[in-house]
Design a protein around this ligand. Sequence first.
Ligand SMILES: Cc1cc2nc3c(=O)[nH]c(=O)nc-3n(C[C@H](O)[C@H](O)[C@H](O)COP(=O)(O)OP(=O)(O)OC[C@H]3O[C@@H](n4cnc5c(N)ncnc54)[C@H](O)[C@@H]3O)c2cc1C
Length: 321
Amino acid sequence: MSVLIFVDHTDGHIKKASHEALSYGAKIAEQTGDVTEAIVLGTVNEDLASLGEHGVKKVHHVQHDNLKQFDSQVYAKVIAEAAEKTGAKTIIFSNNSSGKSIAPRVAVRLKAGLVAAASALPETSNGFNVRKNVFSGKAFANVAINSDIKVISLNVNAFTILHGEGKAEVVAFNANVDAPKIKTIDTTKTSGKVTLTEADVVVSAGRGLKGPENWKMVEELAEHLGAALACSRPVADAHWRPHNEHVGQTGIAIAPNLYIAIGISGAIQHLAGVNRSKVIVVINKDSEAPFFKAADYGIVGDAFEIVPKLNDAVKKLKGIA
Ligand SMILES: Cc1cc2nc3c(=O)[nH]c(=O)nc-3n(C[C@H](O)[C@H](O)[C@H](O)COP(=O)(O)OP(=O)(O)OC[C@H]3O[C@@H](n4cnc5c(N)ncnc54)[C@H](O)[C@@H]3O)c2cc1C
């Protein structure tokens, strides 16, 4: 029996979230006495054997022209087939956009119980109970999976990446790969920027900045910190910033190690997308702003005075000034 982890990648690079899922899956295998295996679909520009450092013993690699374009239905069928043929008992995904669309489809195909957005290792001493976030991260639920086969999608940044020794065996897996039903006609890529969902540090700003012309200092701070940029919804709605930076309940949900919120009030819908951040720093001129209740560090003051000072301090620290 095995724990099978889906390895997600973009442009041939394995996502950080997948390294977390691999480490998580290896720990589950340790608990249940199973073998840790991984499945990779399509071409990856990294040494797959090195996934052994997370505890993976075998990597099943599926290569096929039909996998060049991501299609959750096609991917789900291949992963379900691999799970059946390799005797996988637990299948792990990241709860990122790919995982969210594939995991439920795999669960249906395998008649498996699914826990989405898991936040901790399962409790296996009495059944198989998985903790997950509910109510936009305001509470936890412990969910029991009673089916023989179990599917879990792990929240991004919820599990520390484990590094050990060892190389995985990489084997080709021949699957029946359908042609995608959806054809991508055009793709527009942002380049040279830190991907928001993968970023360790995110610098975010809201309506307190008054207008798009004032984002230069925010961009500068993000650049110095190697951070991704984000914004509140009204800012994206007003076209001050692009919608792919909008975080929150109706935007992207993120969980960086550091989230810096500048001139954002901290409405519940905004917090829903950022409250899993490890450390939250809030800069707001209103000491009563609700965001301070969720903050680890707060600066009460005018962003137009504080952010330039922060930029100077970071530059000094990095020896740029
Ligand atoms: C169904 C629904 C879904 C929603 N989804 C989202 C979502 O996904 N994401 C999201 O962000 N919002 C969402 N919203 C909107 C949300 O309710 C808030 O209206 C929004 O988050 C407020 O954005 P803001 O904090 O940038 O602006 P404001 O509420 O206007 O707050 C601006 C803040 O800046 C501070 N400020 C002003 N000037 C300065 C200065 N010079 N220096 C420092 N601070 C200053 C003010 O004190 C204030 O706290 C949603 C709303 C609904 C109804």
